[in-house]
Every structure is written in C-alpha cells, then in structure tokens.
Design a protein around this ligand. Structure first.
Ligand code: ADP
Ligand code: TRP
Length: 324
C-alpha cells in the first residue's frame, strides 16, 4: 500500500479535463492506497482576488470531490490552508532552491503570457506544491501531464534538502499520469482549462450541459462525407470519458468513418454519454449541496490526518537545519 497525495487549485469550477486527467486516477487509487486529496487554496491566491469567489470555489471543489466518489472513509480530504505547516516547509525548501530552477519552470511563463499578474507567489508556486507533497511523505502523486515539471522539481528539492543537510528528512516521491494521458480538449478544441472559458462541467443542469455540448466547435465537413474521428473534438471527449476500447466509442468512430452522420448526432451521443456516465455523481452532488454539515465534518477529519503528518515532517526538517 502506497501513500498517495494530490490536489487541484480552486481557481475556478472543476471540469471534464480535471476529471479525466486527475480525479479519475484518485478514484482508481483510493481502494488500495492511503490517500490524501486536498484543495490547493493557497495556490489559488496566486490568481484569485475576490474572497467570496475563492470561498465558494473551495467549497465547490470539495463537493465535487465527494460527488465524484472520493470516499472520506478511505481518503483524507482537506483544504490546504487548514495545514499551515506547508507554508513553513515551503520556506525551508525555498532556501535550498536555486533561482535558476524557478526560472526554468514553464507554468509561470505560460500563466504570465496568459495575462496573470507576475507575483512572487506565482513564481514560487512549484515550491509550495513540493511542500504539499513532501509534508505527508507521499510515495505517489497522480496528476495530469502539465504537472510533470512540478513533480520533477519536487523530487529535486527533496533530494537537494536531504543532501545539503545530510539528512533523510524527505521521501522522494514518484508521479503517475492517467492511463490515457492525452490532454482533454475544451469546446474550442484547445486544452480544456479553467482559465480559458472553454470547459464542460458535468454537474451543470441538463439544459445548460446540452447547450455546452452542442456548442463544441467542429469543422465544416458536410453531413454525407466520411469523417476522421481522431480530428474531432466531440469524438476525443467521448473517447476520453467512455474509454478507448469501449463498444460505444468504437461504434461512434465507425459512424464517423461511414459518412452520413452530422456532427449534431455525435454531439447528442456525447450529451447522452455524459448524463449516463455522471448520473450517479450528479445525484450525489445534489444531496451534498443540501447537507453542508457533512462536508464540514469530512474536512475537519481530513485536516487532522494531514496535519499530524505535516507536523512530524516540519519537526524533522527543523531539527535537520538547526531550528529545533
Ligand atoms: P486548469 O488548467 O483547469 O486550471 P489545473 O491546472 O488546476 O487545471 O489542473 C488540475 C489537475 O487536472 C492537474 O492534475 C491537471 O494535469 C489536470 N488537468 C487540467 N486540465 C486538463 C485537461 N484538459 N486534460 C487532462 N488533464 C487536465
Ligand atoms: N498545481 C496543481 C494544479 O494546478 C495543484 C497542486 C498544488 C498539486 N499542490 C499539489 C497537485 C500537490 C499535486 C500535488 O491543480
């Protein structure tokens, strides 16, 4: 049994890409491992400036986790700012992190290029992420492809700290990508992302969800013509959710290749798939929204478990550097 940790920042509402790249792995892993899954609230502060929005986003992410099927009996679910020890670890790690390593991090440059303010928090974002992971001595971190560089930085910082302080304070973690590790496209065909306004939220009400799916950008190949499924966003999303080898995916690919099917039909199939696949999660979510007390209890328990681990790690780290 491995200790597994991951998190998502509440910089907006979660979407199908977060499910396909991250959350589905959490669900696969929770049965056989010791799991910690958190909401990266401090990280979101690198970009969110409205406290009411931040508070609501944090809450919605927790409810989504539970609705998707994270089981608080198996998984410690918590919000990052309930484990403030990670900020102290972040400082200790900052002191062994070469500036050149942050300069090489692509997500900072990408985010600034997209218009995010270039604050120091955003710049050292990967160090705080390393602290989250190292705080609980995680063995394994399931993430989407875009997080690989952050995991490499984490591994490097853990090794560097241990080496510079001649200690074994930190466990060097591995990471795990979703088995179908493709990046899920959004309704415009670009990477689906909270910050691009191109997401699909499987928990939206039926009418809005249908409208969203019907709005996916497709090319102008006429109805009669044969089509290449692999070039179509509708098919790519269908395949990611149903699975590559699923009979429904194979049948849909056949209909593309045969011609005579318009994109409207493919979209209708995707809409029906989403209702079917997320039906149980949608019902669970509706129940959770009506029971805020349950959500609070889950978070309190999760924070206690994570904080116990983080305190022990901070004690070891302080000792190693001479701050005991
Ligand atoms: P966003 O780009 O929407 O802000 P995050 O950066 O918060 O998403 O990512 C949270 C998790 O979801 C990460 O593990 C990330 O790799 C995964 N993820 C995000 N978008 C996608 C996508 N379009 N396809 C696959 N995985 C994704
Ligand atoms: N960077 C991740 C994201 O964009 C969130 C995150 C913060 C995280 N700390 C982490 C992911 C630790 C895995 C492990 O969503």
């Amino acid at each position: 049994m491995a200790r597994v940790l991951s998190g998502i920042q509440p910089s907006g509402k979660l979407h199908l890409g977060n499910y396909a790249g991250a959350i589905r792995q959490f669900l696969d892993l929770q049965a056989a491992n010791e799991m910690f899954v958190f909401v990266a609230s401090y990280h979101a502060l690198t970009s969110v400036r409205d406290p009411a929005v931040l508070r609501d986003n944090i809450r919605q992410v927790v409810i989504d986790y539970l609705a998707y099927g994270l089981d608080p009996e198996r998984t410690s679910i918590y919000v990052q700012h309930d484990v403030p020890e990670v900020t102290e670890l972040c400082w200790l790690l900052s002191c062994v992190c070469p500036v050149s390593q942050m300069d090489k991090a692509v997500s900072y440059k990408d985010k600034v290029a997209k218009g995010l303010a270039a604050n120091v928090g955003l710049y050292v974002y990967p160090i705080l992420q390393a602290a989250d992971i190292l705080a609980v001595d995680a063995d394994l971190v399931p993430v989407g492809k875009d997080q690989v560089q952050h995991l490499e930085i984490t591994r490097d910082l853990a090794g560097r700290f241990n080496h510079e302080f001649s200690s074994e304070v930190f466990k060097v973690p591995s990471y795990r990508l979703a088995p179908d590790a493709d990046v899920l496209p959004g309704v415009d065909g670009e990477k689906m992302s909270k910050s691009y306004g191109n997401t699909i939220d499987p928990f939206e009400d039926e009418k809005s969800l249908r409208k969203r799916v019907m709005g996916i950008t497709t090319d102008s190949t006429p109805m009669e013509a044969a089509k290449d499924p692999d070039a179509c966003t509708v098919y790519k999303i269908f395949r990611a959710i149903a699975g590559k080898a699923d009979a429904r995916t194979l049948a849909l690919a056949e209909r593309y290749r045969a011609g005579g099917m318009g994109y409207g039909h493919a979209k209708q199939s995707l809409f029906e798939l989403l209702l079917d696949h997320f039906g149980p999660a949608r019902s669970r979510r509706a129940a959770l929204v009506r029971d805020p007390g349950q959500v609070d209890a889950v978070l309190a328990r999760g924070a206690r478990a994570a904080r116990d681990k983080a305190r022990a790690t901070v004690d070891r780290a302080r000792n190693a550097v001479g701050l005991s």
